[in-house]
Design a protein around this ligand. Sequence first.
Ligand code: ZN
Length: 286
Amino acid sequence: MADTMIRGMAANKQVRFFACNSTDTVEKARITHHTSPVVTNALGRLLTGGVLMGAMCKNDTDKLTLRIQCQGPISGMLVTADANGHVKGYVSEPEVMLPANDVAKAVDLGVLSVIKDIGLKEPYVGDTHLVSGEIAEDLTYYFATSDQIPSSVALGVLFNDDTSVANAGGFIIQLMPFTSDEVIEKLENKIREIASVTEMLEQGMTPEQILEEILGDFGLEISDKIPAAFECDCSKERVSRAISTLSKKDLDSIINDGEAIEVKCQFCNKAYHFDVDELKEMCSAK
Ligand code: ZN
């Protein structure tokens, strides 16, 4: 079953929600970056958060980036998503060896940056410190402090015995500014009593079933259901633009080596080749 993302409202539009399963997305990231289980878990949670937060973008061309810079052995992760379920990401240290669920230990203290590119000259950047390194709690804290939106964020990744991804997914439920105290209290109680998202994923529950479980009593209205996937939009042209940002001196030194170079896309590891003539052309354009 391909990954899907759903969004909608509940309780007469007093609550909005986003939920997805991201099993194939996270498995593709694992294969692409050869990640160890704990890294698959951490990056998988961030990718899932990216799919959900990407869906909050207002325009089709908007991009949302989640960047974590941290003291833990993972060192850093970056995920970029759009409004249409496409997400890509990478991690600085893919081979951290810790138990699969020790995400907080692998990440540790650090900063979460939420970068919203809505086509203006400068993207909007919101920084918050990590509160636990568990990712979901860190995103909850970001929403509370940066956007002042009370949110419930749950993200989970489960593994098969061979360390491939068995199940991944999550949800974000947010209160609108005008949500009544009655709805808030009822929802808080509900969220306290439900099973964890990992348990729900383990039972094979779909995003719809998970939301039905939480918001079923609140009048659930699903407005969209779209496919989600790990997808990279890199191209030779884009990579060559990145090479062009090197200084003339650096480019000259590569050219003087007289050999074609291979540049890999950080997000998907696709290799692009540039021969000396192409490099000379880039250099002369400077
Ligand atoms: Zn790529």
